[in-house]
Every structure is written in C-alpha cells, then in structure tokens.
Design a protein. Sequence first.
Length: 179
Amino acid sequence: MAENATERHNAALVRRYFDVVWNHGDLAAIDNFFGDEFTNFGRRGADARALIRAIVAAWRAAFPDLFFHVEDEIICGDAVVHLVTCSGTHTGPFEHPAVGMLAPSGRSFRVDHMHIHRIRDGRIAQHWGTRNDLAMLQQLGAVAAPQTTGSITSSAGWQRSSGNEHPVTLGERPATGTG
C-alpha cells in the first residue's frame, strides 16, 4: 500500500500508462508518460520512447483487443512493481524474435507479466519487465507444449518417471543400480 501522496501518484501514473497506451493504443500519449532520459532495458532517451511506440503499435496490430489488467501492485519510494495479466486475440500478423512472423491464428492468449517502473519528476524514468512469451506462443499454437513423458526431477526433490514417484534426498543422486 502506498505510504504517501507521491507514491500513490507514481502508482496511478503507471496504471494510467497501461490503460492509455497499451489498452487503448494512444501512441501520441507515450511522450507524456516518459521522461527525456527514459531507459527501457538499456535503451535510453528518444530511442527508448520510439522503441516503446513501435512495440505497442505492433502488438496492437496483431492483437486489437490487447488488454493489460493490473493484478497486484507494490510501491516502494520511486519504484512501482506491477503483476499484470496480458491477454488478446491474434487477428493480425505478429513477428516474434523466437519464431519469426506468425500469420493470424484467431487464438487468444492470457499470460502474466511483471513490470518495474522507476518514476522521476512525475514521469517514468526506467522500465524493466519480464513476460511469459513461451506460454503466449504455446497458446497461439506457434510452439508445441512440452511433453510430459520421460523422467523429471521436481524442485522438491521427487523424481518422476512414467508416473512413479521415488523420494530423493536433496543433494544425493538416486541409485542407478550399476553399482
């Protein structure tokens, strides 16, 4: 929860950015949200704003009903963290660096994103984000979902092999029977 008026303003600014730019596609508003020295994943200034403009335009062309829903928010000083659900229907061409150009599939997707924005002088100064592009591409049919056959070891230390569970002590290797 925001502790003061500045933090509340910072959080509201980012929520408004998601709504105006991403949900409604108002590319002209981008310059109003970002400071002159805005940095996005290492790109700075006008180049970073142009990159955001190009990304939003491409995503909105591919997914005209694109929608970012803020699920949760953490505010700490000048930093605002949002857990966002991103959804849309693939009705236009979409180029993704992992798979190239995708023809419209008509399929919908719904995935989580995490975004961190740092606010300076009432505008967004920095952005970092992480998206679940693999899940999105799977939902769009661009990549196959992983197969569940074979043997995997969970983070809890249980080895699964064809549905049989065998406890394994963390830090030890399971017996192989080759002695």
